[in-house]
Design a protein around this ligand. Structure first.
Ligand SMILES: O=c1ccn([C@@H]2O[C@H](COP(=O)(O)O)[C@@H](O)[C@H]2O)c(=O)[nH]1
Length: 483
């Protein structure tokens, strides 16, 4: 190994940018290694060396680009050094759009079809690099290459390759371990433990692609999904197959959210939109004149119009408590709701608790995990979303978990339905942080199987006509994803 690289690894270790021990990652996983390249801002000499070695990597590979862009935030100063040292224009990606002024995702000057080189400090799954590439692509700037200081070898490079982004890494985790062991900074046991952790926590293909797009990714490559009829055959859960069959039969991927406050209003909406939806989503606890008999009326309407009932209860407590919340009290949700959802925050107990109720009562029910939210400033991180995906895919939950409430596609497994809320024909938001996307964008860009529409329909003058408009928009978008 080149002395420059070896010395840099040792220096990063000395300043605690690479640490060994027991660390709880954001995802909840316990890791023997922790990389925190943020500290290098306090060591200008190391910062310079990092920028230089990354720049050399780009030179060696004769990469061609018009600008550089650091993945926010740790790689921003590295990109700045490269930009000023070598006189290369820089672009900045905003992680959150401003709600005033120009609302630009990318700051700086660029021309359509410019090429930008992405600079990143550490790559794990490749998600951050990909998201930066997407933001650049959205303003017409192309991305072919990314330079990373340290590849954790957990699948990021392969994942990015599937998106036609070539990852050039200065060093790998294996090289880091070799150097540190050779210089007696860590012992063989730690090397083995770290390798084992890295190996057993590789992101598979589905996790690696953070937001594959339904009918075309950022390179224009088309992803074709199975039709609803095909998915009904392929999926594992009976409730999921039932849903796909309803969607296929009624030609709709529309779920209506009946967020109104009286039984009469709920029924009025359902009578108007029932033919056009595959799901009616309730918040049963906001109905002021609720009586237990109302749930029977809901079920009768579900049968009359052939839709499933989704109670958006978002259980989020320990297993023992959610069992009671699901099956007891005045609502007795398990008796009438085909689908419920949970915040996976408490861990697998929240799912197992509900699943136990379903098993004991011999019911055919489905559960969605809230893996992402539509509200501005929500605290869900990418790691949380990926941990939710892993929970959903766990063997022990395969008889109950049917997918996600989310904002992007998490897997191509047809057994996992993606329901996207925050959908309106005119995008924008409300004054309490709700953020809307259009049906077309939800299905095509975000990979929604189901679009969830609330006020877009319930506040319309003509409920039926509006539901028809959403049904048509959702269905036409779906057709583009299957051909
Ligand atoms: O991230 C989330 C999760 C759930 N919702 C629910 O969807 C509807 C949206 O209503 P709109 O009137 O279309 O805004 C509502 O019941 C939310 O509780 C969500 O919006 N975002």
């Amino acid at each position: 190994m080149e002395p420059k690289k070896r010395n840099l690894i040792l220096k990063l270790y000395e300043v605690n940018a690479i640490k060994f021990g027991t660390f709880i990652l954001k995802s909840g996983l316990e890791s023997p290694v922790y990389l925190d390249l943020r500290v290098i801002v306090s060591y200008p000499e190391i910062m310079k060396e990092v920028a230089n070695i990354m720049w050399t990597k780009a030179e060696e590979n004769t990469l061609r680009y018009d600008s550089v862009c650091g993945v926010p935030y740790t790689a921003l100063p590295i990109a700045t050094c490269i930009s000023t040292d070598h006189n290369i224009p820089m672009l900045i990606r905003r992680k959150e759009t401003k709600d005033y002024g120009t609302k630009k995702m990318i700051e700086g000057s660029y021309k359509e079809d410019d090429y930008c080189l992405i600079i990143e400090d550490v790559v794990t799954s490749g998600t951050s690099v990909y998201e930066t590439a997407q933001a650049l692509n959205s303003v017409g700037v192309k991305v072919r290459d990314a330079i990373v200081l340290l590849d954790r070898e957990q699948g990021g490079a392969d994942s990015l390759k599937t998106q036609d982004i070539h990852l050039h890494s200065v060093c790998t985790m294996t090289e880091v371990l070799t150097v540190l062991e050779k210089h007696n900074k860590i012992d063989k046991t730690m090397v083995e433990k770290t390798k084992e952790f890295i190996y057993s926590n590789r992101f598979d293909q589905t996790v690696k692609k953070p937001t594959p797009q339904a009918n075309g990714d950022h390179t224009g490559k088309k992803i074709i999904r199975p039709t609803w009829a095909e998915s009904a055959q392929k999926c594992k859960l009976q409730i999921t197959a039932r849903l796909y069959n309803i969607m296929h039969k009624k030609k709709t991927n529309l779920a209506v959210s009946v967020d109104v406050h009286s039984c009469r209003e709920v029924k009025k909406i359902i009578e108007a939109v029932g033919l056009h939806v595959c799901i009616v989503k309730t918040h049963i606890d906001i109905i002021e004149d609720f009586v237990p008999e109302f749930t029977k009326e809901l079920q009768d309407l579900a049968e009359k119009y052939n839709f499933l009932i989704f109670e958006d209860r978002k259980f989020a407590d320990i297993g023992n408590t959610v069992q009671s919340q699901y099956s007891r009290g005045i609502y007795k949700i398990s008796d009438w709701a085909d689908i419920v959802n949970v915040h996976p925050l408490p861990g697998k107990g929240v799912i197992s608790g509900l699943q136990q109720v379903v098993k004991d009562k011999g019911l055919k029910r489905g559960c969605l995990l809230v893996a992402e939210m539509s509200s501005a400033g929500n605290l869900i991180t990418k790691d949380y979303t990926q941990a939710s995906l892993r929970l959903a895919e766990a063997d022990e939950h395969k008889d109950f978990v049917m997918g996600f409430v989310c904002q992007s596609r998490l897997t191509e497994d047809p057994s996992m339905i993606h329901m996207v809320p925050g959908v309106k024909l005119s995008s924008g938001g409300d004054n309490l942080g709700q953020q809307y996307t259009t049906p077309e964008e939800a299905v095509i860009k975000r990979g929604a199987d189901i679009i969830i529409v609330g006020r877009g329909i319930t506040e319309a003058d003509n409920l039926k006509e509006e539901a028809e408009r959403y049904q048509k928009a959702g269905y036409e978008a779906y057709l583009k994803t299957v051909s």
